[in-house]
Design a protein around this ligand. Sequence first.
Ligand SMILES: Nc1nc2c(c(=O)[nH]1)N[C@H]1C(S)=C(S)[C@@H](COP(=O)(O)O)O[C@H]1N2
Ligand SMILES: [Mo]
Length: 292
Amino acid sequence: MNSPGDPAPPSGNEAAAEALLSERAPLMGASPAEVESPEVRIRRLSRRGFAIGGAAALAGFAGWRWLITRSQEGDLPWPIRRVLEFDERVAQAAFRPTRLSPEFPRASARMPRVNGMVGIAPSIDPAEWRLRVVGSAGARGARSLALDEIKALPRVEMTTELRCVEGWSEVVHWAGARLAELASVTGLATRGGQVPAAGTTTGELLEYVAMSTPNGQYYVGLDMASALHPQTLLCYEMDGHPLTLEHGAPLRLVIPVKYGFKSLKQIGTIAFTDLRPSDFWAERGYDWYAGH
Ligand SMILES: Nc1nc2c(c(=O)[nH]1)N[C@H]1C(S)=C(S)[C@@H](COP(=O)(O)O)O[C@H]1N2
Ligand SMILES: [Mo]
């Protein structure tokens, strides 16, 4: 099996890109009882993994309290609040999608190695580039946003760990906008494609988010709760500087609650959907969910 960062030449990706846009996303990837890669299993069973798990549990509780408080203040984008409402109802489940990934001092941040260049096109001109955002109505109602429009959304900075499933990690400082904010302003994460009225339920949110590079060669699938997590960012800066091409210019995803291969570089399309999206590395044997 190839590993993320050392991929085989892509195959069948045009179909995947097509599916992303046409909402005929095939139900690909592993079944809900995910196949765990050896790397993931070793990590899970290792003492270090156990320690990290304990820390995450503590951070999770603190994060939960923080989020609850924040939502009472009503200053989070509504999709996060909606996920919180849902999360309260499933609080007995072991995993809480709203737990926060640990944050680190800004000074401890480093630039990570460049890992994986699948789908990254050097020819992308940031001035011409547009983010395509698609909802349940498909091409009808799809939005096209320039980088400045993403930068106009509330800016969030965080210093979190980028953890690659291959076994390395790096603390990185990021700046960008919450994906939940994009969901909020476009309304496209809901079945009706509208910003829902206050007091409506989580049932209106679609189940998944599919993302791909502009050329469709690299693509990831996310569950909606993780996609709308407050630390899931559309990043345009890394370590205080605009993104370089190798790290995903002009805009990349950073999702610290998941392994690095979900943090898609050079985003072209974001599609909110009820069909479980295909995922480049899940198709190559890795866990589709890829939480850690
Ligand atoms: N478009 C694209 N995004 C990608 C990849 C890739 O090959 N192509 N590799 C992923 C993997 S496996 C990791 S660990 C991170 C690494 O991000 P970095 O290169 O900024 O360190 O990017 C992810 N995003
Ligand atoms: Mo990775």
